[in-house]
Design a protein around this ligand. Sequence first.
Ligand SMILES: [Zn+2]
Length: 274
Amino acid sequence: MLEIPESKTISLQAGKTLIGRRIKKVVQATSSHKFAFYCGDPAGYAKLLTERQVKSANGHGMFVDLHCDESICITIGDGTNMRYYSPVEPHPDKHQLLIVFDDGSCVAYTVAMYGGIWVYKGIFDNPYYQRSLNSISPLDDTFDELHFDNIFKGAAKDISMKALLATAQRIPGVGNGVLQDILFNAGLHPKRKKSTLTDFHKTELFHSLKMTLNKMTDLGGRDTEKDLFGHIGGYKTLLSKNTVQDPCPHCGNVIVKETYLGGAVYFCPACQSL
Ligand SMILES: [Zn+2]
């Protein structure tokens, strides 16, 4: 899934690989997908994109934007995969959008369960997108403790740690993936109530949020996700589907998986206090 480390990694890779390339051919979805979302009719994408030149790439929250000249942009959100293929690599037969560049390389967009591929001119007025674009990222220095305090204070008293971090778009791009290691590093259980946190806990959570996301990003995303080239990220997740039932890296207790708030949570019952 696209969360902050992956959207940042993929946009950096797309910037290095695609800037200056001109789009020569656009192929629409080869298979229909009930939960692939578009801006208007995707049949119009070829007209918007053909002959456009890639100018920049931007990753924020759970979105990756590929900006072209003439104010044309391709945005993908969580659930959509964006994969680059060099001129000598065969691209997949099944995709929801394929764009071919002037050097014969291409980018294939595929949707697994659900996801958006939005091509538009000018501004994309999706509220989740706008919120993500206009929020301060925890990767930025301006996301300081005061900023985190304001987010913290704005949430309901009895909200759990998982709900605080990963619901209501309080911190766009922090979702059910990255929150596991953020809470582990802060020593907090996903179900721990906000009202039970001391100032010390709150500061620990702030530092863990920044440190964990920076590390995940610096290492090219998590090892549960793939980058623009299809490579698995270099950050080894402490708590994820890859480590469930493994011993906790701190204390050796078995890592537990539970379903909570519409998704899996992983935790060490000894290191993460409830
Ligand atoms: Zn432990």
